[in-house]
Design a protein around this ligand. Structure first.
Ligand SMILES: [Zn+2]
Length: 237
């Protein structure tokens, strides 16, 4: 089971039903983001009727492990509503035991088929870590824990010769995907069994679009389909 099964844009319910659950979830997110970028959001699943319908149980189709940045609200940028997304946000999408436990809850108890690591350009947590790496001075209080969690990505960027902030953000997103899979055997097993996929995306604050950075399992068709301006997929219908 691979995300590469995602179609290139031929509409029709037959084709949609052929998608794997992770690919269907991915297509829903990509379509919602395209609606948001184009300024034509539908605001699905936000009415009183739907609120009542989901009160007795939730079946979110994606987990979003995102940065806490106030401009990165998941339901808004993916044009979704109540019960759709299981959202875990920390500054710089850093990962600790509570984040891992939350992701595992969604994947194992709720059966959510897709985990998205959502970073963004000009991320303040990454900038703070870059400053710490450059000057050797850490911020005070618990903010230090955030910076310390981002520093491995800074070291990896240095080793790879990347020093622009958005290039470092991409590396940090990929690093976060690897951290989730490396520290959660539960998640890694779900991916190995084809029940779940993990995708890293970077959001552009000014434009509103998401750009895929990495995917496990890898699937080039999926990454292409997520690019802003790509043709709509059946899941949008
Ligand atoms: Zn951020």
């Amino acid at each position: 089971m691979s995300l590469s099964a995602m179609p290139g844009g031929q509409p029709g319910p037959q084709r949609a039903s052929a998608l794997t659950a992770p690919a269907r979830a991915y297509a829903e997110l990509a379509d919602g983001n395209r609606r948001f970028v184009s300024g034509a959001p539908r605001h699905p699943n936000q009415g009183a009727e739907h609120r009542a319908a989901v009160a007795d149980g939730q079946h979110p189709f994606a987990v979003i492990v995102g940065c806490s940045d106030s401009r990165l609200a998941a339901e808004i940028i993916f044009d979704r509503g109540l019960g759709d997304l299981f959202v875990v946000r920390t500054a710089g999408h850093i990962v600790g035991p509570e984040v891992l436990g939350s992701v595992e809850y969604a994947v194992t108890v709720l059966g959510t088929p897709l985990v998205v690591v959502l970073g963004h350009d000009s991320c303040g947590a990454v900038q703070a870590a870059r400053e710490t790496a450059a000057t050797g001075t850490s911020p005070g209080g618990h903010l230090r824990a955030v910076v310390d969690a981002v520093l491995p990505s800074l070291r990896r960027a240095t080793a790879e010769g990347v020093d622009d902030i958005d290039g470092i953000v991409d590396i940090h997103i990929a690093q976060t995907v690897e951290t989730l899979l490396g520290q959660s055997p539960v998640l890694a097993d779900a991916v190995a069994q084809g029940r779940c996929a993990v995708v890293g995306m970077s959001y552009r604050l000014a434009v509103g679009g998401v750009r895929p950075v990495t995917a496990v399992p890898a699937g080039d068709a999926t990454l292409d389909a997520a690019a802003p301006g790509a043709p709509a997929t059946p899941a949008a219908a």
